[in-house]
Design a protein. Structure first.
Ligand SMILES: [Zn+2]
Length: 371
């Protein structure tokens, strides 16, 4: 891993969506990237301003291999992905043409969540559960109904939160940790005010990703994909969730790029198995570029303990749905939520940026040598 100075980290990490966007656009300009800007037509920023997903494209337009890097699928997790993309733009100023790879950087694919500091979209949709095939009924997740009131307490008081957490622990003892992690994380399509809600149709961000792929990945045969996230894994360390078929050629390719010990890690879910996720952005890319082979992963950086992350998700829910919560508490709670997903600690930021720079270079070299 490349050591990252305080100066580099602070020039890449931003304090707000607006600042992150500004730095990304400046870095894209410095790198001579082609820009494509998508304005969210259904929602506005906290200050009433416009929200955009910004796309920077480098490399030969006819290259058959591509590297696609996405930030901000889950709003407050976007600060790390944004920092990583900015660092890559600066590195690519001279490198991309020589590599014969199309590099497509998608900044803030969920700009509402990024700007408002919420994991979900303007419709409380977990974008990373929204890329299902909407021509069929969404996958059912019946046990979620029992867990819903325990995950999303209706009132923000220590008593209500403790009661909900006790109920959740009792459910986990009865059904097992594997079931708990799977039911709560796989995605649900029945509770619009719930956790990991996949929506009732395609979100603006989902439609936008399809347009981005149509415009910028036309004719591409091979796509290396990184979707940056935070919140799972050991603090400051990367945690890989490769969604290629385990043991298949895509999986083996990912192991070749990033190391088998990274891709095949068993950590991240407190000892439970990986949830049976539905509607991932990875699936969206596969669907929107059917002629291309896609190899890639969600790559998380750990931030805090699972208990603290569960609490952060409760804050996210409460800020959106609890009308009785005094407005005077909002700013402090939102800051707590942000610090849980994108810690302010300079040491953490330097660690994750160092890993991210190395991981992106491995993917870029992997995409360049993929035949
Ligand atoms: Zn995430």
């Amino acid at each position: 891993m490349q050591p990252v100075s305080i100066a580099l980290a602070s020039s890449c990490f931003s304090p707000s969506y607006a600042s992150a966007r500004g730095r990304f656009l400046l870095a894209a300009d410095r790198a001579g990237a082609r820009l494509d800007i998508f304005t969210n037509t259904v929602a506005r920023g906290p200050d009433g301003g416009t929200l955009t997903t910004d796309v920077a494209v480098l490399g030969p337009p006819d290259a058959q291999n591509a590297l696609v890097i996405v930030s901000g699928t889950h709003g407050p997790e976007g600060f790390v992905g944004s920092a990583a993309q900015i660092a890559l733009l600066d590195a690519l100023a001279t490198q991309a043409q020589a590599l014969d790879v199309r590099v497509v950087l998608v900044h803030a694919i969920n700009p509402w969540g990024f700007a408002h500091i919420s994991r979900t979209t303007e419709n409380n949709v977990d974008l990373n559960r929204n890329f299902i095939d909407w021509r069929s009924p969404p996958p059912a997740n019946p046990p979620y109904a029992d867990l819903h009131p325990l995950l999303c307490p209706s009132e923000w008081s220590p008593q209500a939160i403790e009661a909900a957490n006790a109920g959740r622990d009792a459910w986990t003892v009865k059904h097992g940790l594997d079931a708990y992690v799977n039911v709560t994380s796989r995605g649900q399509y029945s509770h619009p005010d719930g956790l990991h809600y996949g929506g009732i149709g395609r979100e603006w961000s989902n439609l936008t990703l399809e347009t981005i792929i149509e415009r910028h990945l036309d004719g591409v045969k091979r796509i290396a994909l990184i979707d940056w996230h935070t919140g799972l894994g050991e603090p400051g360390e990367p945690f890989f969730l490769c969604f290629n078929e385990r043991g298949g050629p895509g999986w083996e390719r990912a192991c070749g790029w990033w190391g088998r010990e990274s891709v095949e890690t068993k950590g991240g879910f407190e000892g439970a198995g990986r949830p049976s996720y539905s509607g991932l952005l990875f699936h969206g890319v596969q669907q929107f570029a059917p002629a291309a082979e896609v190899t890639g992963a969600v790559i998380e950086f750990g931030t805090r303990s699972r208990a603290e992350m569960r609490y952060a998700l409760q804050i996210d829910h409460c800020l959106r749905f609890d009308a009785t919560l005094p407005k005077s508490q909002h700013a402090a709670m939102r800051e707590q939520l942000l610090d849980a997903f994108s810690p302010f600690s300079p040491g953490w930021q330097r660690s994750v940026l160092g890993h991210a720079i190395a991981i992106q270079q491995q993917a870029l070299q992997g995409a360049a040598g993929w035949r």
